[in-house]
Design a protein around this ligand. Sequence first.
Ligand code: ARG
Length: 461
Amino acid sequence: NEGALWGGRFASGPAAAMAALSKSTHFDWALAPYDVRASKAHAKVLHRAGLLSDADFQAMTAGLQRLAADVASGAFGPAKSDEDVHGALERGLIERAGPEVGGRLRAGRSRNDQVATLFRMWLRDAARRIAAGLLDVVDALAGQAAAHPAAVMPGKTHLQAAQPVLLAHHLLAHAHPLLRDVQRLQDFDKRAAVSPYGSGALAGSSLGLDPDAIAADLGFDSAAENSIDATSSRDFAAEAAFVLAMIGVDLSRMAEEIIIWTTPEFSYATLADEWSTGSSIMPQKKNPDVSELTRGKSGRLIGNLTGLLATLKAQPLAYNRDLQEDKEPVFDSVAQLEMLLPAIIGLISTLRFHEERMAELAPAGYTLATDIAEWLVRQGVAFRIAHEAAGACVRAAESRGAALEELTDEEFAAIDPNLTPQVREVLTVQGSIASRSARGGTAGDRVSEQLTGVRAEVEAL
Ligand code: ARG
């Protein structure tokens, strides 16, 4: 078992199928740059603890420096014989600094505290990249909201005509969950910023090494309080997987709407050619694949979260090899989102909205009925009575295929004597929208304040 990190107590190396099962370099190589960085920090504490001579420390640091460059350039990579990234990098260091110096690095650390630390480092960086991408999605939504300040659309509940709203109001309704997801990523980082390095295999280090120094060196806020917890807990990874799944779910809600909006039946919007695909048989097709892949990948992200939780469930303390299964689902969630976010930004920013079409549909389905009821309330009528009267107006209009504003003065008066011709002032989409002027409402001034707020939050986050 030449080059392995263990073997002293074994008469033979592992069976081929054992080695194949055990191997993780095909995915944990992603941790290599972090591993070398952490090794440099580890070399410093070994030196400071008097476990590395000045000369060995210099040789080791130079070797790690060269190794870092070769990992970055791709000149050094995992070999067939390497079990994991940690073993591969020790081999790389020994190749560069010799077995005497290279063989001293591993004192006082275990792959258990190493891998828990490196995974946190990797995830903290990934969370920052995802957050930046999300803010760009919010920016694209804000851009569309700003480009259509007065456009109206049919607001829906149950996907049925409900009340008219501003398109900008609706678009910003997708921005807020994404801003909360960015906050969730930042919140995740507070708990992830604790370093397991120095916890050893589980019980802590006996060599006088300084976990706080390594933690600070690697950009963590502190070193772990409990070495058993530090090497065996992965709630930080599950928390990240949850936030990534939540992002997928939030994006899929928006994607679903874009799919609906761009059908010929709705025709609220048209997709840009660069962000849609065709059919191999039907020449007329223009398909919303970005949105569909978003919807599909959200299922995959949920699967990654639930798979990871299932892996963690009921594991006894401390480290178990089950934990090697922690990385792939989270790496995958990040990789999927990193593919998705630029496409979603392109999709949203190039979507062409058809204002006239949405305006035409905004009052359809008697969406101004609530305005009649609320107008009656302002005349002193009890809402229960007002709701009945407005419902009777809908029934009367529907029975002769008319719109609400097409009811005659006589028809209104017959339904309720309080329904004077003045009711017509609220029977416009513009009037209805302007009347919803309380905080959070769809009135133009409120929505433009909201847009300013969303943009300020993008700057602040
Ligand atoms: N590759 C392992 C992981 O990803 C780390 C190695 C720990 N191995 C061990 N025998 N303790 O978790």
